[in-house]
Design a protein around this ligand. Structure first.
Ligand code: SF4
Length: 328
């Protein structure tokens, strides 16, 4: 049994002071952290409760974008009128994640920081996991790797990031607002999560003493032609084998701009703007979507149990783009 100190912060400044203590962790909804603590995967000495520091508002930005407070609950964001009407892709992705009860607790900031569900990471009975115990090896590489990465993996780690929300945010060019000892900074979503490389213990570029304060969305471009497609082993409460966030800006049947982000395939949401550019100025067809998918998946490297993901991802991209083109 580990004893844990508990502090409740009253505002963001106090939260930043408290998190500077040794081995302290923020707790918001707790939907991932508490599971990891019960399994001894995470062993913080101190929890800093940030549920009462504000930061749960959803409000328009002066330039036409939207700021979603880091402590807004996933269900509140998904069902907010401005999110539903202006950023339906985000609403769809949020509603595809977890269960209703979890979405009612999980925060937007916490969703970004949730950790991989790789079974070798989640279960301390397994000795080998470089993400949990750096230098111990990767149990998944030669073990059970059906759910694992086909893109961007390293010798040290082949885990995937589990968030649906982050995939839509990547497609929408969101920005993560952060506050820390060095002041405030804005991190593009595409740069927030990192590939595992030789240091898979770090999921993101966030300093542990920094606090996510908000997620900013740019002025809406994709309100009509969007589709979030999640392929999973059962219809709800399951992580993606492959997911696709597809968004199209169309005019008279011609694609002006396309965005395609993949989930369930890498240590971070996967995008390739050069592949998306292939669709600009073209009418949408399965053949052209297939060519985009081939470019997006060109670097895919499967492992023993997840070879199926390459073909599954290709077909999911084509279908998500077709559905996005037909939606209105
Ligand atoms: Fe650990 Fe990553 Fe290997 Fe899973 S894939 S066992 S998280 S190092």
């Amino acid at each position: 049994m580990h004893s844990i100190e508990y502090d409740r912060a009253g505002d963001p400044a106090q939260a930043l002071r408290l998190i500077a203590q040794p081995n302290a962790k923020f707790i918001g909804g707790g939907t991932n952290l508490l599971d990891l603590m019960k399994g001894d995967v995470e062993q913080p000495a101190r929890l800093v409760d940030i549920n009462r520091i504000g930061l749960d508002r959803i409000a328009e930005l002066p330039g036409g974008g939207l700021r979603i407070g880091a402590l807004a609950r996933n269900s509140d964001a998904a069902n907010h009128p401005l999110v539903r009407t202006r950023y339906p892709l985000l609403s769809q992705a949020l509603l595809a994640g977890a269960s209703g009860q979890l979405r009612n607790m999980a925060t937007m900031g916490g969703n970004l920081l949730q950790r991989t569900r790789c079974p070798y990471f989640m279960d301390t009975a397994f000795d080998m996991c470089n993400k949990r115990r750096p230098g111990s090896g990767c149990g998944a590489r030669e073990g059970y790797n059906r759910m694992h990465a086909i893109l961007g993996a390293s010798e040290a780690c082949i885990a995937v990031h589990p968030s649906d929300m982050a995939v839509a945010l990547a497609a929408l060019d969101a920005t993560v607002q952060v506050s820390g000892p060095q002041g405030e900074r804005a991190i593009p979503l595409a740069e927030f999560h990192r590939l595992p490389g030789t240091t898979p213990q770090f999921d993101t570029v966030l300093d542990p003493r920094e606090l996510i304060t908000a997620i900013d969305l740019p002025p809406p471009l994709f309100q009509q032609h969007v589709h979030y497609l999640k392929v999973r082993d059962r219809a709800s409460y399951a992580f993606a084998l492959v997911s696709v966030a597809a968004a199209l800006e169309m005019e008279g049947g011609v694609v002006r701009q396309a965005r395609v982000a993949l989930g369930g395939v890498a240590h971070k949401p996967w995008r390739l703007p050069a592949a998306e550019a292939q669709l600009a100025g073209q009418s949408l067809s399965d053949e052209r979507s297939g060519a985009l998918a081939d470019a997006l998946l060109a670097g895919a490297r499967p492992f023993r149990d997840n070879r199926f993901k390459i073909d599954l991802a290709r077909r999911a991209i084509v279908r998500a783009l077709r559905n996005a083109g037909e939606s209105a």
